[in-house]
Every structure is written in structure tokens, then in C-alpha cells.
Design a protein around this ligand. Structure first.
Ligand SMILES: Cc1cc2nc3c(=O)[nH]c(=O)nc-3n(C[C@H](O)[C@H](O)[C@H](O)COP(=O)(O)OP(=O)(O)OC[C@H]3O[C@@H](n4cnc5c(N)ncnc54)[C@H](O)[C@@H]3O)c2cc1C
Length: 479
């Protein structure tokens, strides 16, 4: 452990195991550290592998194409044809994402830690990373506690931070002009979910669909977020909700309630008229858990000297869906590649690692600021406006395009005959036009993502100014 490595990857979750695999495949000497026992690789918290576990097929295909790693049963637990978003009144339903899978997360994580080892990475479970070793204002390694709670230190040319949302590295980095240490609370969803067997009491695919993942928008049941019902094998369901704290507080104040996340999840389960008699799944002690997920664009830069971040440590989950598995997979592969190349060239400064920022932006990140704008707009609408908007403002095709970060041509003229009833609805439509224009603007800004660190500060201040305007215009306004 006193050895020095080309690349140390901290965290053997979705991003970390792939980063270690990619870097080792490129010939780097790699150490993969995780605090869990090997049987519990990738476990996020004491609560388990807390996640909805849904991932798009295209992201699984990306891993196979880039690394030759083929996923199949049992880690790909159930195939789904798509993801549907339903309006609060259940009258409208939009396709949000195409085909994908729900994962058996513990089995997936164990397999991927094994793949990293087979590829030549040294895998060191039961090592808790407590912080960065910093010399001359730069990270040069990590320290922490081993299985016997003894202090350890390990150095590397490049450190990949794949520690997830609660990362002990990003938050303790030395001051630098590239990485934000803190994430704002209104960009975080508090979430919880059960994996459970149910009795299916009547068929209604708006409540449970064995072929599709369902997302229920409802500012009363899941303020500032949504509820989900994702099918799993053996008649099980992954069911949960995410809420945004500020929206929950406002919703409680309006309704005179003091509901907590835990209470809202149980109410959401009880609301489901199709799923009855819940029995929590015992597999891997992973049936019930609570955790957090960010819903903002990824960090504006994800590198600084000797440091690359991937996955949730960089706030990568999709701002609308909170889907973070795909971007964690993509960023893991790209981070491993970039870290190995920089280490091989003995040039691991910010400039040398910058190609990772550019690559992630090209493959995935260029749409997330636009999606963040849409998320902030959505959180400003109450149930009535969401119902009205989903039936009047957007066609199914337009809504699907928006969910992918593509911006359809929407004008007052194009909707004139359909929308004009009610002042609140008209205002909400005008705000949608503002949102769509802002999304277009941010897609343009991200097309011009800086090709080197020198152009970064100016670019970042443009993004921040745009987002500030959006957030000021659209305060959360649930119920
Ligand atoms: C309730 C919920 C539902 C979600 N649903 C979905 C969904 O359906 N689809 C989707 O795409 N995304 C979903 N997400 C998001 C998704 O789970 C994450 O984006 C994804 O897990 C990120 O992977 P990661 O590798 O970055 O981090 P993680 O999966 O969190 O992995 C981090 C790893 O680092 C380890 N670690 C952490 N700290 C330390 C430390 N100090 N020392 C050593 N090891 C450490 C952890 O134990 C873990 O093994 C959901 C999130 C939540 C909370």
C-alpha cells in the first residue's frame, strides 16, 4: 500500500469499477479502493445500493463497445421497452426514454469489480477513503482507514474520484479555480425506495407495467420530484419517490402538514391501486433504503491538477430523471482512459486532463444544463398546471424531444388554438417559451465548451449567469 500507482480510483461503484477497468486496459498500474467488503462492492450506504436501477440500453451498449464488457443476466435483471412519465391526474402519458433495463445492482457491482481485477487493477475492498493527500497545493494521493481501522496512505499520478454524492475527496480538495466543492441543497433530491414483492390486484398499466418503467409526476405526493414504479424479475417492483427539500417545505406549509420523505413513500405505495401487500425483498439486504441524488448539470469542470471526478461525485445524474447510472458508466470509461493516457505521458496537470471534460461534454454532458433549466421550470408548476401543460402545451413528440435535451420549435402561434384558457395556464405557457429559449441558448453555450482551461472562467461565468436568471424566475411552487 505504500506503493505508488499510475491511477488510484476511489470508489468501486458504477463509475469507479469502469474507470479502473478502462485505465488498466490501457496498461496503467491501477488501484481500486472501496470501503465495502468485496461481497458488497458498490454498496452506496448502510441502507444498501439505493437506486431505481433503471438504465438505458444505449448506455449499456456504450460500455460494451468501449471496453468489450458484455452485460447479461443476472446483472441485467429485467428488460423494459421504455420509460413513461404520467401527469398528476393520470390522463396523459409521455414516453421519456427508450428501451433499457433494470439492474440487479449488487450482482452488477460484484461482477464489475471482478472485471476490473481481471483487467489487471488491484482491488482493495474495506478501505475507507477519508481525504486527499495534498502537496504544493495539489492532490497527490489519498489517505484513510483500512479494515482494521489502521491509517493508510497511497499515492498516484492521477486520482479518480468515484466516491459518489458524499465524496470525501471533491469536498476536501485544495482551493482551485475548476472544481466546486459544494452542491446547493435545491439541486439535490432526497430519495427512498423499496424493492418488494406485491400482489397485483388488478391490471392497470398506469400504476404497474411489467414492460415499462413508470414515473408519476405529482407535486402533492412527491413535491419537486416524482414517484416511480420500475418492474423487476420474480414479480418484484422497485418503487420509490424523490423530493426536493424546499418544495417539500412549501408543500407542507400550504397543506398544513409536516410530512417527511419516509411518510410520503409509504403514502405513495398505499396510493398505488394495483400493488398490494408489500413484502420487502430480502436479497442482499437491499430491500429498503434512503439516499440523495443531484439534479443539476454536471460540474462545469471535472478535472484539476492530478484529479478527475466521475459519476455522482461530479453531480452527473440527469436533471430531469435523476438517472445517474448512464453518465456514471460513460464518465467512468472516459475518466479511466484519460487518467491512463496522462499518467503514461507523465503530464497530469489540468491541461493534460482537460480532454476528459471535452469528451464527456461531447458524449453526454452538453445537454444537461438545458435539462436543468427544464427541471427548474417543472418544479415551479403545481399539479393543475402540469396536468394542463401535458395535455395542451406539448405533443408527445415534443415532450420526448425535450426529455432528451433537444428543443422543438414551440411558439405561441403553433399552440394558439389549444392553450388560451385561464390566466395561470397562459402564464405557464409563456414561461415554457422562455424555458425553451433558454434551453436553446444553453445548448449553444455547451457547443462552445472550452477546449482548454484558459477559456474556462469566462465560459463558466456565462453558464452561471444564465442559470441564475432561470432560478430567480422560477421559484419552486408545488401543490
Ligand atoms: C433512490 C435513488 C434512485 C435512483 N434511481 C436511479 C435510476 O433508476 N436510474 C439511474 O440511472 N440512476 C438512478 N439513481 C442515481 C444512481 O444511483 C447514481 O447516479 C449512481 O449510483 C452513481 O454511481 P457512482 O459510481 O457515481 O456512485 P455510487 O454508486 O454511489 O458508488 C460510490 C462507491 O464509492 C464507495 N464509497 C463512498 N465513499 C467512500 C469512501 N469514503 N471510501 C471508500 N469508498 C467509498 C461507495 O461505497 C460505493 O461503492 C438513483 C439514485 C437514488 C438515490
Amino acid at each position: 500500500m505504500r506503493d505508488s500507482y499510475d491511477v488510484v480510483v476511489a470508489g468501486a461503484g458504477m463509475a469507479g469499477a469502469l474507470a479502473a477497468t478502462a485505465a488498466a486496459k490501457k496498461g496503467a498500474k491501477v488501484l481500486l479502493l472501496d470501503r465495502n467488503d468485496a461481497k458488497e462492492a458498490g454498496k452506496k450506504t448502510n441502507w444498501g445500493w439505493v437506486c431505481g436501477d433503471a438504465v438505458a440500453k444505449s448506455h449499456v451498449d456504450f460500455v460494451e463497445k468501449e471496453l468489450g464488457v458484455r452485460l447479461s443476466s443476472p446483472e441485467l435483471d429485467t428488460r423494459v421497452k421504455g420509460v413513461y412519465v404520467l401527469s398528476p391526474d393520470m390522463e396523459n402519458k409521455f414516453m421519456f426514454e427508450g428501451a433499457g433495463y433494470t439492474l440487479d445492482r449488487p450482482k452488477y457491482a460484484r461482477k464489475m469489480a471482478g472485471v476490473a481485477e481481471k483487467q489487471g487493477a488491484e482491488y482493495m475492498p474495506r478501505h475507507e477513503v477519508e481525504g486527499p493527500i495534498v502537496e504544493g497545493g495539489k492532490i497527490v494521493g489519498v489517505f484513510g482507514k483500512d479494515a482494521d481501522t489502521r491509517h493508510f496512505e497511497v499515492r498516484a499520478k492521477v486520482i479518480v474520484d468515484a466516491l459518489g454524492i458524499a465524496t470525501t475527496l471533491r469536498r476536501k480538495l485544495p482551493q482551485n479555480g475548476f472544481i466546486e466543492k459544494d452542491v446547493k441543497i435545491d439541486d439535490i433530491e432526497s430519495t427512498g425506495r423499496y424493492i418488494a414483492n406485491f400482489d397485483i390486484v388488478k391490471g392497470d398499466i398506469n400504476y404497474y407495467d411489467p414492460d415499462n418503467a413508470l414515473i408519476h409526476l405529482n407535486q402533492r405526493m412527491a413535491p419537486g420530484g416524482y414517484g416511480w414504479v420500475f418492474p423487476k424479475s420474480r414479480g418484484r417492483v422497485n418503487i420509490g419517490i424523490g423530493v426536493e427539500k424546499n418544495s417539500l417545505d412549501k408543500r407542507n406549509a400550504k397543506l398544513g402538514r409536516s410530512d417527511t420523505l419516509h411518510k410520503l413513500i409509504d403514502e405513495y405505495v398505499a396510493w398505488n391501486t394495483v400493488l398490494k401487500n408489500m413484502r420487502i425483498d430480502a436479497d442482499d439486504n437491499n430491500g429498503k433504503g434512503y439516499w440523495s441524488v443531484t439534479v443539476r448539470r454536471q460540474q462545469d469542470s471535472m478535472v484539476c491538477d492530478n484529479y478527475i471526478g466521475a459519476g455522482d461525485s461530479m453531480s452527473m445524474p440527469n436533471p430531469i430523471s435523476a438517472g445517474g447510472i448512464g453518465p456514471a458508466m460513460i464518465s467512468g470509461v472516459l475518466a479511466g482512459n484519460a487518467a491512463a493516457s496522462a499518467a503514461a505521458n507523465n503530464d497530469t496537470g489540468t491541461s493534460a486532463l482537460w480532454s476528459y471534460n471535452v469528451a464527456f461534454n461531447e458524449v453526454y454532458g452538453n445537454k444537461t444544463a438545458a435539462l436543468e433549466v427544464f427541471r427548474v421550470y417543472l418544479q415551479s408548476l403545481n399539479n393543475d398546471l402540469i396536468n394542463y401543460g401535458m395535455s395542451h402545451f406539448l405533443t408527445k413528440g415534443e415532450a420526448e424531444a425535450l426529455s432528451y435535451g433537444m428543443v422543438p420549435e414551440i411558439t405561441i402561434a403553433s399552440k394558439f388554438q389549444k392553450i388560451l384558457s385561464g390566466v395561470a395556464n397562459i402564464n405557464a405557457f409563456k414561461n415554457l417559451l422562455f424555458t425553451v429559449n433558454k434551453m436553446k441558448r444553453l445548448l449553444e453555450v455547451y457547443k462552445a465548451y472550452p477546449q482548454s482551461p484558459a477559456e474556462f472562467e469566462k465560459w463558466r461565468s456565462t453558464v452561471q449567469a444564465e442559470m441564475k436568471e432561470v432560478k430567480e424566475r422560477f421559484p419552486a411552487n408545488p401543490v
